[in-house]
Design a protein around this ligand. Sequence first.
Ligand SMILES: Nc1ncnc2c1ncn2[C@@H]1O[C@H](COP(=O)(O)OP(=O)(O)OP(=O)(O)O)[C@@H](O)[C@H]1O
Ligand SMILES: [Mg+2]
Length: 402
Amino acid sequence: MTELSMKKELEALKIENQLLKELLSQFPQAIDHSSIHFSHQTEKMMENQLHHNNGRKMDFSITSDMFEVAESILYEILDHVPHHIVFTDKNGIISLCNLQAARDLKVEQRDVIGKHIRELLKLPDEKIIILETARTGTEVVNKEVLDRNYGIINTRIIYDADGSIKRVIGTFQFLNRFKDAEKQALAGRIAAGIAHEIRNPLTTVRGYLQFLQGSVDNEISDLFESLLIPEIDRANKIISDFLRIAKPTKTKKEFFQVEKFFNDHLANFLNSEALLYNGSINYDISPDSASRFLEGDSDELIQVFINLFRNSLEANQDQRLSIQINVKLVENWLRISFRDNGKGINPSILPYIFDPFFTTKDEGTGLGLSVSRKIIENHHGIMEVDSSKEGTIFTILLPVEK
Ligand SMILES: Nc1ncnc2c1ncn2[C@@H]1O[C@H](COP(=O)(O)OP(=O)(O)OP(=O)(O)O)[C@@H](O)[C@H]1O
Ligand SMILES: [Mg+2]
């Protein structure tokens, strides 16, 4: 390569570099803003910028050919930006659509180039802010948008050498996911409120049924005893379980020894139940874990094992129910595995068994495992499942005191 051609190439690279810098400097500041509360700050920054330019609008003008080259290079960068970025010409025809926009709006990037922005957004023209900017020549700064999508939009204009609009750049901070999470939290709070309110009249009805039991015929009294009161108790239990998952609860704090918890406390509850069904429960507690302490609410943890035990019982087929509980110390964690010899869980439903109200049983409510996992999480632990045709293993990790 001659010195002259090297110089020329260097010159061309310098121009390209300058071009990219200028294009990037034209982007709306909201690219790195995550809150609409910053909007007034951004407006201030823009005011300052205008002030710097002696009140003139920034005149960024480049020749058409150079612009197209720069646009194609910009793609590489803009595909890594986690917001929607779309370039259109003054008529709303798309010349650039970054990866995030294409993904969230469920289109192929290359398919939308050359199409009108309304085809991408599927909105009427009067609702499309990029078109409004192209029509009025007014840029939009951090405007909250709520149509089919929810987010913060910014637009900027790039002018051609002759002063006409070359491109309108729209950046959109897509907040649908936050909105959905907010909606779910709200629905949870409302449901928890309703559930709580239903409990009071139920308690009153139960009280009156008990009160009236002595003054009605034996037949009706039996009906109270065998059907009405148990049904109210069942409804109450569902509500209590549901509230446990829906509402953040404070876990009682106490220290208890691992060995005592399993051998005295838990065994008291489970062994007699197992005997009743002609089943057996075997405990294997490693010596190094036995003397360690757990912190939390031992009654709640007992509830977890009762729920697991009931599931194992209900999954039991022809053979004798056999449950193996192993407890080990793994660094500062207690690793508890609860294994049964039931029919196992079909892999197709395994991902859903911890979901509230997921059940495969006619009489089940599907709250047992979601309540159990919630209790374990309240104790800063983890609960997982593994299953095969030979049976099911629930593994629980709980932090132990040092
Ligand atoms: N040990 C197990 N063996 C086989 N299937 C199980 C076992 N544990 C849970 N399952 C499956 O997971 C589902 C959800 O269990 P979960 O305890 O949450 O609800 P449930 O037992 O159906 O109802 P309940 O609210 O009365 O506990 C069950 O319906 C069952 O299909
Ligand atoms: Mg259950």
